[in-house]
Write a protein that binds this ligand. Sequence first.
Ligand code: BEZ
Length: 238
Amino acid sequence: MFGITNNIYYIGRVNWLIKLIKLKLIDMSLRLGDEAPNFQAKTTIGDIDFHEYINGKWVVLYSHPSDYTPVCTTELGRTAQLKSEFDQRNVVVLALSVDSVEDHQQWILDINETQNTEVNFPIIADEDRQVAQLYDMIHPNASATATVRSVFVIGPDKKVKLTITYPASTGRNFQEILRVIDSLQLTDQYQVATPADWKDGEDVIVVPAIKTEDIPGKFPKGFKEIKPYLRTTPQPNK
Ligand code: BEZ
């Protein structure tokens, strides 16, 4: 009798622990290096499967609070104006808010008119907030219902490479997003890192894992040793 009671007690504890672990996992926000979760969604270009949409490209997935809002209008306009910059970097863009496809379609007309451009990338209609929850884009202490300005850069390997979160009242700097993509793509290919305020074409840092005596073999354009731990070299792919 005592044995059965004990077993029930332990099963109860194990179930409780499993529930706690599940809750923690669901609660966890996405971190760098995590696989970007897949989803199916309605968008302004039709239904998509996110992992199929990636299709060997880099992706900028970003959320905005709502359609027909001023800051968002400028942001989506700027993204459209920068299409050739994203194309050059093999990047596709996917925007998201919790409004309907029909709202998105009507709002796009305003964006095109006021920002003198043509929206040329899909906008997800996340009315049931499925994607917003998956990507932790709703921050309840900022707004219970609207998505914040989240940015995810996802690599062709479907891994999260960058996350940035801006509040609703601050429009994003899309030159900064392009700059980080340049750094991510460069550091993916070469054993370098990029210093503060680095821009494409400027000198880069040789990663500490490379011994100073091995630098000439790896970076034939030369290098500067400012400190034993701080070595720079011209950008290797320029
Ligand atoms: C917006 O345009 O999205 C916005 C403007 C002011 C405050 C919050 C959001």
